[in-house]
Design a protein around this ligand. Structure first.
Ligand code: ADP
Ligand code: ZN
Length: 624
């Protein structure tokens, strides 16, 4: 029988097994609730520390005789590393996969029936196989089914961005084993997805734990797109040379082009998208996780569950579909809490493309499209916003906050100009052209008319005779593009994907035409250095991270990293599974001479101290 009095406390486990001194945010409350057998729904941003919320209850409960925690995760490709990380920390864990032999599965079953396994990872489709159901049933009969942890729980909802139909069948778990506690976790927070998730997984009675979604170490920057590839190169070279990062592009073709351009410039970069065969994808993902300073150029097919802690930048070369996606993707940077950049380039074409994708997707219902349009609009508003990016982002997730001092708008407050007059000119030009010719035209032609250019097309349609011809010669094309993009973002102009991307007025344009509202816009000065932040005005995130270490510590750090790389290779695991950068930095800084010096350094639990303590001391001592 389980004996709760002999069980170590959750805080003991946190220190002994994981080497951390304190719980973060709501972790303690979640862990306590789940240890006691309560159901929980955990909403925490990427990097917030969700794993410990089920791993620690799993350990405590298994030690108390309750048996195994079954973790359901969609990320088969990552299970090997997740289980490896637990082994490094001295926790018994395993995962189910389709390549296991009868003998291996038999062994696993024996372990389970003897209460020797703390965590068992499985993909949702494996849970519902007859064999697995039988196994779960016999564990349950013996009181050895401790907890279900449903990771990436938003996958159950079609409103989330990673819908997995197999997740739908997870409600069966609850129906079959109603007395086994469950914890569902996700980093996706919008209200619609949350509600759907609760209903689908039947979590109505679970206690909700909603964390702040702030990721203070991430610096958000959104720049205007001029030449995205060149801007990216400048950004990486000036801010993140030699560091790991993820670059998101919209299409496979762009992914390939950008990866090649980076490689040509001497940056270690690889392409990743759904068009590559799965073995190659797995190989590249492994390299990204295992090698230092790799840049992955990818479509959104890459990244879910990537728990590499030292991703120093996430760049978006094209605008994502919505804020949830953007926030999840940028959240993959800086899980170690060190300074990190989230950097996006965005332009008129992005707005046009995203609108078109929604309007022309014929699979979806009109209701679905309406929801998607609303989500896109929210992202456009963020991109055009002149206020603190973090305040806007958090507001979207229902949180109030103060200007952060760590985003582009806080660090370099954008100049705002009164564009009411320009907006009016643009809108009336669209109106006049439509009225005179009976058809609509695209952005380029309209800007030619405004700027008074007598192009062939202008002459052909006699648009030089319009009252709006040449009334906008005072602004550059870049400025006009800015005006137009923001009019689209504000819902006054629509780009019609069914008619060659021509521009049409929307009802809201009337307010501006009548002079009822003014339009304030971000300055798009022609020479704006949009590729990287202005030099000298602030410290780059890389500078911030390195400033703290002296020369001796930097040398030790380099040696420790080389040693870690070797160990990681031997164990076939990513380096961060052995020790995080932050842990190595702390070791390098402390310059330890004996094992006692290593105690209390964050990230060194009992098992790692025993396994690696001696070697770490030897590596550190090499200079003295
Ligand atoms: P999530 O799954 O929420 O994205 P993880 O569980 O991967 O986040 O945790 C992010 C990082 O934070 C991990 O590297 C983890 O080791 C670390 N971490 C989590 N909880 C703590 C804690 N209480 N103290 C120190 N580090 C922690
Ligand atoms: Zn800010």
């Amino acid at each position: 029988m389980p004996d709760p009095t002999t069980a170590p406390s959750a805080l003991d486990i946190l220190g002994q097994v994981f080497g951390y001194a304190d719980f973060r945010g709501p972790q303690q409350a979640i862990v306590d609730h789940v240890v006691r057998g309560g159901d929980a729904l955990v909403l925490m941003p990427t990097g917030g520390g969700k794993s410990l919320c089920y791993q620690i209850p799993a350990i405590v409960r298994q030690k108390a005789g309750h048996g195994v925690t079954v973790v359901i995760s969609p990320l088969i490709a990552l299970m090997h590393d997740q289980v490896g990380a637990l082994h490094e920390a001295g926790v018994s864990a395993a995962f189910l996969n389709s390549t296991q032999t009868q003998e291996e599965s038999g062994l696993l079953e024996k372990q389970l029936l003897r209460n020797e396994l703390t965590l068992l990872y499985a993909a949702p489709e494996r849970i519902n196989t007859p064999r697995m159901k039988g196994l779960l049933g016999s564990l349950h009969e013996r009181g050895l089914l401790s907890l279900f942890a449903i990771d990436e729980a938003h996958c159950v909802s079609q409103w989330g961005h990673d819908f997995r139909p197999e997740y739908r069948s997870l409600s069966l778990l609850h129906e079959t084993f109603p007395d086994v506690p469950r914890i569902a976790l996700t980093a996706t927070a919008d209200a619609l997805t949350r509600q759907d998730m609760i209903e689908r997984l039947k979590l109505q009675d679970a206690r909700e734990f909603v964390s702040s979604f702030d990721r203070p170490n991430i610096r958000y920057t959104i720049v205007e797109k001029t030449d995205a590839t060149r801007q990216l190169l400048r950004f990486i070279e000036s801010e993140h040379a030699g560091e790991a990062g993820i670059v998101y592009c919209q299409s496979r073709k762009r992914v390939e082009e950008v990866a090649e351009a980076l490689a040509d410039a001497g940056i270690k970069a690889m392409a990743y998208h759904a068009g590559l065969d799965s073995a190659l994808r797995q190989q590249r993902q492994d390299r990204f996780l295992r090698e230092e300073g790799m840049v992955m150029v990818a479509t959104i097919a890459f990244g879910m569950g990537i728990d590499k802690p030292d991703v120093r930048f996430v760049a978006h070369l094209d605008m994502p579909k919505n804020i949830e996606g953007y926030y999840q993707e940028t959240g993959r940077g800086g899980r170690d809490g060190l300074p990190t950049d989230a950097w996006m380039t965005y332009g008129l074409q992005d707005v046009v493309n995203q609108r078109r994708m929604i309007d022309t997707s014929d699979a979806a219902s009109e209701e679905f499209k309406q929801v998607m349009r609303g989500k896109l609009d929210a992202l456009l508003t963020l991109a055009e916003d002149t206020r603190c990016r973090r305040v806007s982002l958090l507001h979207y997730f229902g949180e109030d906050s103060q200007p952060c001092g760590n985003c582009d708008n806080c660090l370099n407050p954008p100049v705002v100009w009164d564009a009411t007059e320009a907006a009016r000119k643009m809108l009336s030009c669209i109106y006049r052209v439509q009225q005179a010719s009976g058809i609509s035209f695209g952005a380029g032609h309209l800007m030619d008319i405004l700027r008074g250019k007598t192009t062939e097309k202008v002459l052909q349609h006699a648009h030089d005779k319009l009252s709006t011809f040449g009334i906008g010669a005072d602004l550059s094309e870049v400025q006009w593009r800015g005006v137009l993009r923001q009019l689209i973002a504000k819902g006054m102009v629509r780009v019609d994907p069914d008619a060659f991307n021509t521009l049409q007025l929307l009802p809201d344009a009337r307010q501006v035409l009548k002079g009822e509202v003014s339009v304030m816009l971000r300055e798009q000065a022609a020479g704006e250095k949009s590729g990287s932040r202005k030099k000298g005005t602030k410290t780059s995130v890389k500078g911030l991270a390195e400033a703290a270490l002296n020369a001796g510590a930097l040398e030790r750090l380099a040696r420790l990293k080389a040693w870690r790389a070797e160990v990681a290779r031997e164990h076939n695991l990513p380096a961060f599974v052995i020790f995080h950068d932050a842990t190595l930095r702390a070791i390098a800084e402390r310059s330890p001479h004996n094992l006692a010096d290593l105690e209390g350094i964050s990230g060194i639990g009992a098992k790692k101290l025993e396994a690696y303590g001696g070697e770490v001391l030897r590596v550190c001592a090499a200079d003295s």
